[in-house]
Design a protein around this ligand. Structure first.
Ligand code: APR
Length: 318
């Protein structure tokens, strides 16, 4: 049976890590597309030449021609500018909309059956644009944000409590911006609510609350924290890992439940907008959107986040 084919549109920082991760996990043959001549060919040759050392039997190639993505099962899009210190993700909308339009046309014409995962920012707007231009059904166009935002929240919890990251479940919903909604009530370590463990650690509820609030705020600003430290560019290892988890769930029909930017059609009272929610990802793409029961406070935060997404998407005048 032929190996699956994975196209990476954008061969920059995230694109490079994506190519290497897909190869190391032997998820399929990788084709990296970029508009910069020779760069994707050079980067992928470098990765491919490590194959005898790492022992992966997939091909990793680079191209400047969209025709080479023909027959792709998965397309992961990172084309676009990353932010610089002091910029919000939303500041990228003008320049990245133009790039996304051309990218989506390339995908539509050359890989019409692919499952598309968008990473380019501002995420919620770029996924919306990608789906509109490709015209693909919504179960085949989604965005990576929630896996990473949730991973960051989980990492902070694990470090704070001194437990394995493997045992932490943390969920963020909503848009991929300052209004994202880390769900404190659902955060747990091996089934035990994190607030309960924080209260045990600190011996009082007020301190536990204070520590959790700090972790929630750090999660919301985690991308900016990395941008500030790097000084040039934005996070690239963790976004790549997160998108690979989504691609793997699709390619292996794992049916993982992953926070994904998906098109809502009535869920959470939202109609026809892409927002971060829990989804089942399998061979059918976004096979199911899970609507969690939110309390009044959580729903208010979600409404606020959805309002920010609507404003951002509205500014594109699609
Ligand atoms: N088509 C294809 N690739 C393009 C296009 C285009 N029209 N325009 C730019 N690119 C490529 C660039 O040549 C570059 O190689 O996109 C790549 C982006 O790589 P980086 O600048 O290294 O950015 P990266 O850190 O990978 O982030 C990419 O993901 O998380 C988001 O905010 C981030 O929007 C940014 C995107």
């Amino acid at each position: 049976m032929a190996r699956p084919k994975i196209a990476l549109i954008g061969g920059g920082q995230i694109g490079g890590v994506l190519a290497q991760l897909c190869a190391l996990r032997e998820l399929g043959d990788v084709v990296m597309f970029d508009i910069v001549e020779n760069m994707p060919q050079g980067k992928t040759l470098d990765i491919a030449e490590a194959s005898p050392v790492d022992g992966f039997d997939v091909s990793v190639t680079g191209t400047n021609d969209y025709k080479d993505i023909a027959g792709s099962d998965v397309v992961i899009v990172t084309a676009g500018l990353p932010r610089k210190p002091g910029m919000s993700r939303d500041d990228l909308i003008g320049v990245n909309s133009k790039i996304m339009t051309s990218v989506a046309e390339g995908i539509r014409e050359n890989a019409p059956n692919a499952f598309v995962i968008v990473i380019s920012n501002p995420l919620d707007a770029m996924v919306t644009l990608c789906q509109k231009v490709t015209g693909f059904p919504s179960e085949r166009v989604c965005g990576q944000a929630g896996v990473l935002d949730s991973a960051r929240f989980a990492a902070f919890i694990a470090w704070e409590l001194g437990v394995s990251v493997k045992d932490v479940t943390a969920i963020t919903l909503g848009g991929h911006g300052d209004t994202m909604v880390p769900l404190v009530r659902y955060a747990n370590v091996a089934g035990i609510p994190v607030m309960e463990l924080l209260e045990q650690k600190y011996g009082n509820a007020a301190k536990a609350e204070e520590v959790m609030t700090a972790m929630v705020e750090r999660t919301k600003n985690a991308g900016g924290e990395v941008v500030k430290l790097l000084g040039n560019g934005s996070a690239f290892y963790s976004p790549a890992s997160s998108a690979v988890a989504m691609a793997e769930s699709f390619l292996k029909d794992q049916k993982r439940v992953l926070p994904t930017c998906a098109l809502l059609q009535g869920q959470y009272g939202v109609d026809n907008f892409y927002v971060g929610v829990h989804c089942v990802i399998g061979a059918g793409g976004i096979e199911k959107i899970i609507e969690m029961k939110l309390d009044a406070g959580e729903q208010a935060l979600m409404d606020n986040s959805v309002a920010a997404v609507k404003e951002l998407v509205g500014s594109m005048n699609l």
